[in-house]
Design a binder for this molecule. Structure first.
Ligand code: UT7
Length: 330
């Protein structure tokens, strides 16, 4: 039986930086080609935020739209949760900078570090806050400036990542049946070193050596991550569907993490969902980590593919490893 939702999404907003970097731009600086990038990843272009566009500012733009849609003012918020691995500063949380920018004076604010699943982890936390009665109006964001942790000289990662921000307002569900029906989260820290930033943390603080060795940039064992991503996302979909008491054929739209078109296709195939019911925008924005799902939701709504009552399956995977899946009746 489908459970009664406790929390529902009442507003949505996104922010994409204006600067577009195409595959042809990389052909000028790296030993790569448009053909390799498109065939192996599906990516054609990505957006990059320059030094003047902070993560907090991208979040402010996305949040303002989400709040307007929810008919709320910033002062109505109880909590701000930001999933990101690229905060503007190591201290404090960018969620606090955002709280100040919005004037959300009644809100607690914190970042969560769960890599690409940061937004889905945030949704699950918000649902828990609402279920416990601790908070009622929660802003959940996924936002990244991955361009700041991407090594522009490493062709195996440079072409993959982009910047962007998206977020939703989560409030208690009404009796319409719309809302978050299930959520499954997971992690496997034994595989952490397959996708990580080795230097610049407290284990190996910023130093001349870190910068010289370029260890403050993302390192990834792509092929291993690929295999783990397909397996974990497939299992997470199964778990979230089972918990929601629904079958894949009832899903109107699969909204997967956008890292690689081949991972998306394999996940959809496992779930038994045809590609015409799958949100894909990795071609336009690349992998924006925690931002991919809210950006895809925003696009899905704008294109009329997500309507009130649509049954959505969100699924994601990233560094940690971490993964998560959520079923939502929009
Ligand atoms: O968001 C978090 C989760 N992240 C992911 O899910 C990403 C998962 N991984 C992937 O998407 C893919 O593994 C990549 C797109 C990163 C790589 O694709 P692949 O098909 O797994 O390629 P590969 O790493 O096995 O490399 C194949 C070849 C290598 O050359 P050799 O050793 O066969 O001669 C690479 O050096 O492709 C080479 N290569 C490139 N060639 C041209 C790697 N990057 C590039 C490039 N341009 N940009």
């Amino acid at each position: 039986m489908t459970p009664r939702p406790i929390a529902r999404i009442t507003g949505l907003g996104a922010c994409l930086p204006p600067t577009v970097v195409t595959n042809a731009d990389f052909e000028k600086s790296l030993d790569t080609s448009d053909q390799w990038i498109v065939e192996r990843t599906g990516i054609r272009e990505r957006r990059i935020a320059g030094p003047d566009l902070t993560l907090a500012e991208m979040c402010r733009v996305a949040s303002t739209k989400a709040l307007a849609q929810a008919n709320l003012s910033a002062k109505d918020l109880d909590v701000i949760i930001l999933g990101t691995v690229t905060p503007d500063r190591r201290l404090p949380a960018t969620a606090c900078d955002l709280q100040a920018l919005l004037g959300a004076t009644n809100a607690a604010a914190f970042d969560i570090s769960a890599a690409c699943p940061g937004f889905v982890y945030g949704l699950a936390i918000a649902r828990g806050f609402i279920a416990s009665g601790q908070a009622n109006r929660i802003l959940v964001l996924g936002a990244e400036k991955l361009s700041t942790v991407t090594d522009s000289t490493d062709r195996s990662t440079a072409v993959l990542f982009g910047d962007g921000a998206g977020g939703v307002v989560v409030e208690p569900a009404d009796d319409s049946g719309r809302g978050i029906l299930s959520s499954v989260l997971g992690a496997d820290g034994t595989l952490a070193d397959l996708l990580y930033i080795p230097g610049g943390g407290s284990a190996d603080p910023v130093s001349e050596k870190v910068v010289r060795e370029r260890s403050h940039f993302i390192k990834m064992a792509g092929r291993e991550v690929f295999k783990a991503a397909v397996l974990a996302m497939s299992r997470a979909c199964d778990g979230a569907l089972a918990q929601a008491g629904i079958t894949a054929d009832q899903i109107d739209l699969l909204v997967p993490h956008q890292a690689n078109i081949r991972i998306i296709e394999a996940t959809a195939k496992h779930a038994g969902i045809p590609m015409d019911k799958v949100m894909v925008n990795v071609d336009r924005f690349g992998n924006t980590s925690a931002a991919t799902i809210p950006l895809a939701l925003d696009q899905g709504v704008a294109e009329g593919r997500i309507k009130p009552g649509s049954l959505l399956l969100l699924v994601t995977f990233g560094a940690g490893f971490t993964w998560g899946s959520v079923v939502v009746r929009w």
